[in-house]
Design a binder for this molecule. Structure first.
Ligand code: INI
Length: 156
């Protein structure tokens, strides 16, 4: 039987240079996402001196700052965090849509992996559930995704 070569990214943050880029809007939630992300990076071997946190005003501003950081060549991966709640946001679709599409475009254009940990929920309660509540912490999940993707790209 033939042997296939299988690639996957190790969940090992040792030595990886990572920036967590967080949108301050709805900061009560986003602080929890940042905390979750930083804890997850530490748990997987990330060193405090290799990890930076960058605050932007809102989720709409994430792509331009991600673009700047990704193009600098200083990071192995980026983690985008934020919280957009539909109920409180008449222009929800624009803010959430541009944050997601812009983030994906930056990752593709620069080759730097960017995990998307921006909550886009209908209600505040749904955001609470995903920022350390009963549905986990999406900031932590995004941080681990960034690590795995950075390792995968190194391995391929
Ligand atoms: N930004 C968010 O990150 N979350 C939101 O829920 C939100 N709401 O509700 O409007 C929000 N708006 C600000 C936006 O991201 C920009 O900062 C603003 O439009 C200026 O460019």
């Amino acid at each position: 039987m033939s042997e296939f070569t299988v690639h996957s990214g190790r969940p090992d943050a040792t030595g990886l240079r990572i920036a967590v880029v967080a949108a301050r809007f709805n900061d009560a939630i986003v602080e929890l996402l940042v905390r979750g992300a930083l804890g997850e990076l530490r748990r997987h071997g990330g060193a405090d001196e290799d990890v930076e946190v960058v605050w932007v005003p809102g989720a709409f501003e994430l792509p331009v700052v991600l673009q700047h950081l990704a193009a600098s060549g200083r990071y192995d991966a980026l983690v985008a965090l934020g919280c957009v709640v539909r109920g409180a946001t008449p222009h929800f679709d624009h803010v959430a849509g541009q944050a997601a599409a812009g983030t994906a475009a930056v990752a593709r254009e620069t080759g730097v992996p960017i995990a998307f940990g921006v909550l886009t929920t209908d209600t505040w309660e749904q955001a609470v559930e995903r920022s350390g509540g009963k549905l986990g912490n999406k900031g932590a999940e995004a941080a681990l995704t960034a690590v795995e993707t950075a390792r995968l790209l190194q391995a391929l």
